[in-house]
Design a protein around this ligand. Sequence first.
Ligand SMILES: [Zn+2]
Length: 386
Amino acid sequence: MTISAEELAARLDPLHAIGYDEARGTNRLAWTAEDAAAGAWFEEQAAGAGLRAWRDAAGNRWATPPGDGPWWAVGSHTDSVRDGGAFDGALGVAAAFAIAAASPAPLAVISFADEEGARFNTPTFGSRALTGVLDVEGVLARTDDDNISLADAMAAAGVDPAGLATAPEVLRHLRGFVELHIDQSTDLAAAGAPWGVVASLAARLRLRATTTGTADHAGTTPMDGRQDALLRAARLITAAHDLCTPDMRATVGRLLVEPNALTAIATATTLWIDARAPEATTLDPWLAALTTGAAAEGAAFAIESRSPAVTFDAGLRARLAAAAPAGAVTPELVCWAGHDAGLLAPRVPAAMVLVRNATGISHSPAEHVELDDAAAGATAILHALS
Ligand SMILES: [Zn+2]
């Protein structure tokens, strides 16, 4: 049993075309017309594999064999970030249909709703809802750039928001889950491996910091008398970076400044710090040093979320490694990004296979995998679940 690159291309091509624009790449955001078109593609793929397509209360798309399960499932997501690439998520769902179609054992396919969270800042929405860890009331009230609420967007997409809290009821159909995904680093390329097995997902901490200052004139206020909120933010950003140990990563990717005027000293800033490490305990001394050090002067901190590290199922990892051809290099990896499989791992046996990405670039039209590599990874999943 082997899955070919040609089969993956044939399944992927019609999905690639949805929301694709040469200048901007892929825009297939959740709860949009493009998302609905991806749903029609999903239904065609399901019918071709002899599976029944349906949506759960969170809008996750399932393609299931006859009966009630519980089934082993394979899948990923078909939504994208804004101006994203062709493979993040889509590759995993297309590969899942190839695996299910070839499998002698009954397998289900799942495409999780709104994995990227690009429109309402709700990443891993569908898998959180399915596993009962979604703040249902909080997310439904969120609005997009056009002031449309998530509840209204879901309803317009044919999913009743009033039923969202019941999504965990269908988790009983799931015996376990395996996700194939593009590597978003160069780890596999550096190892010379076409695919690898994810041992764990890094722990994550999201911190919001605010700094305050005193409004004054940019020209007439001497340098030594200033209370500059933006200067304090700059020191904090530098400290968050400099305090990182080699086994962690910290990023300030979002900063709001008031009044944000060229000629005024800033009175307030809000910045968001994302910190990750393979072990959650690595983040504690970093957090203590950041929030009590000199750079914390004039700043206040609030922890917005903490996610523990996720270790994937040892038995599944062993079966995936054993499914590699003799002599093949199949490294085990730490993955620094969040994924649906990571949400499922505490509830059902779960695993992830990453596919080599020569540049490591992802969430960009430039992201690329060779379908021969993806086919080799998909074939390993097929064997591991057969
Ligand atoms: Zn993804």
